[in-house]
Design a protein around this ligand. Structure first.
Ligand code: SF4
Length: 450
């Protein structure tokens, strides 16, 4: 009988890729997934430790999973950002969580093989985990993690402490992985990294992201390529000209964090507000471009004037998608050590005010889509209702980040579409983040993205 694994993956897409890599290695050793923790021989918790709230969520999940060790499960493994963040205090972490059998940092993921099999035999050569990567379910999309770590030192961010300096993966390895994902039915590649536009610098590549796109675009089966976590630095004109061409979706996720110059300086963002705006203007010229950003509200020293400036700016720029996070003081970061921290209620109120301004913009943009015809990539059956399919048009990143398009196949489709089909849809209604649509054609007839 196969050994059974129960897997929980917390946090961001980069953690999800780590989970899929470990899953691939274990499946290669004969392990299968179970959805019932009480039936698992081992439990793997892939953790996030980006913010204090994510650390708390990781610890709560570990403690919840530890209860299952009284039954069939004999092995609880905790991997990823939590052990990485506390690598120097590993003895304390082990003492605080004695239920955990093994901790694996983000640099030790291949060790999952003998960690979970409790084999003490050293494995001299591990297979390349990226080439064994396995998806939890059939998926229309997959994240492709093109580099790990970050060379920046933004004052609020714990990522460089957790994941170290940037290490880019070679193009050949990424292309092989992308082909394998396409063979499994993936139609959309979502490129992720801590700083996507910096890809390749550490391995001597000029214009690394463009070179990578040159190699990914021709892969048969891949229809859409989406760029997430692009930063204002290294955003070159040739890259701008490439976005919206061929399979590269006219969608840019560019986390900018703030607009007030003294806050940008305090955050060590090394960017001038005018340069940020000039870049946004150039991106806006791309036909059909959908712009996403994320901001921080309540950074130490932020004034009411800074918030007013931020709100006026988002009204001018008219971001299509926007996320606002309340500033969280992270131990070990320069901003986390500052004495002028703002009270939580002030941070929350500022966040709400910024989001309220964005909601007006968002509602108008969603209403503009009613009546339009769009190509929609089918992600699967909606968890809300078994007779409803859900998918996304190019302006919506996966996993509900930007909402969904809901398709009722009772009324619209002669034959239900399958995961990974791209169907032509007329938008019939819009909600705050989601769209409702009628499918127009047979799945194979659709080809454009706009
Ligand atoms: S670029 Fe991103 S990951 Fe790197 S330090 Fe800044 S916020 Fe953190």
């Amino acid at each position: 009988m196969n050994n059974k694994l129960y897997l929980i993956s917390l946090g961001c897409p980069k953690t999800r890729v780590d989970s899929e890599l470990m899953l691939g290695l274990l499946r290669n050793q004969g392990w299968t997934l179970t959805e019932e923790p009480e039936k698992a021989d081992a439990i793997l918790v892939s953790t996030c430790a980006f913010l204090q709230s994510s650390i708390e969520e990781s610890i709560d999940t570990i403690l919840e999973m530890a209860d299952y060790k009284q039954g069939r499960c004999k092995n609880l493994v905790v991997a990823g950002c939590l052990p990485s963040r506390y690598e120097k205090e590993m003895d304390e972490l082990k003492a605080a969580l004695p239920e955990v059998d093994t901790f694996l940092t983000t640099f030790q993921l291949p060790d999952i093989i003998h960690a979970i099999q409790l084999s003490k035999a050293p494995q001299a050569v591990y297979p390349d985990p990226f080439l064994l990567r396995d998806l939890v379910d059939r998926q229309s999309f997959a994240y492709l993690k093109i580099s790990e770590g970050c060379d920046r030192r933004c004052s609020f961010c714990a990522i460089p402490l957790i994941r170290g300096k940037q290490v880019s993966r070679p193009i050949d390895s990424l292309v092989t992985e992308a082909r394998m994902l396409a063979d499994k039915g993936v139609r959309e590649l979502v490129l992720v990294a801590q700083e996507l536009t910096h890809y390749g610098h550490d391995i001597g590549l000029e214009d690394g992201l463009l070179r990578l796109l040159d190699q990914l675009e021709p892969i048969p089966g891949i229809e859409w390529i989406r760029l997430m976590y692009t930063y204002p630095w290294n955003f070159t004109q040739p890259l701008i000209e490439r976005i919206g061409q061929g399979k590269i979706l006219p969608y840019v996720d560019i986390p900018l964090q703030h607009v007030s110059q003294h806050i940008l300086d305090d955050m060590r963002r090394s960017v001038r507000q005018e340069k940020q705006d000039a870049l946004l203007r150039r991106l806006r010229e791309i036909p059909g471009i959908v712009l996403r950003t994320s901001l921080i509200a309540g950074y130490p020293g932020e004034t009411e004037e800074d918030v007013d400036q931020l709100i006026q700016w988002i009204r001018e720029i008219q971001f299509d998608r926007l996320g606002v996070f309340e500033y969280s003081p992270e131990p070990g970061t320069p901003a986390g050590e500052r004495k002028d921290q703002l009270p939580d209620h002030v941070k929350a109120e500022r966040r709400d005010r910024i989001m309220a301004a964005q909601q007006e913009i968002q509602a108008a943009k969603m209403a503009e889509l009613i009546g339009r015809e769009l190509d929609v990539l089918v992600d699967g059956v909606s968890p809300e209702h078994e007779l409803v399919l859900q998918g996304r048009y190019y302006g919506q990143a996966p996993e509900g980040i930007d909402g969904q398009v809901y398709l009722s196949y009772e009324n619209t489709l002669k034959e239900p579409a399958q995961i990974g089909d791209i169907v032509r849809v007329r938008v019939s209604d819009a909600r705050e983040y989601d769209l409702l649509g009628d499918v127009l054609d047979d799945p194979d007839d659709a080809s454009d993205i706009s």
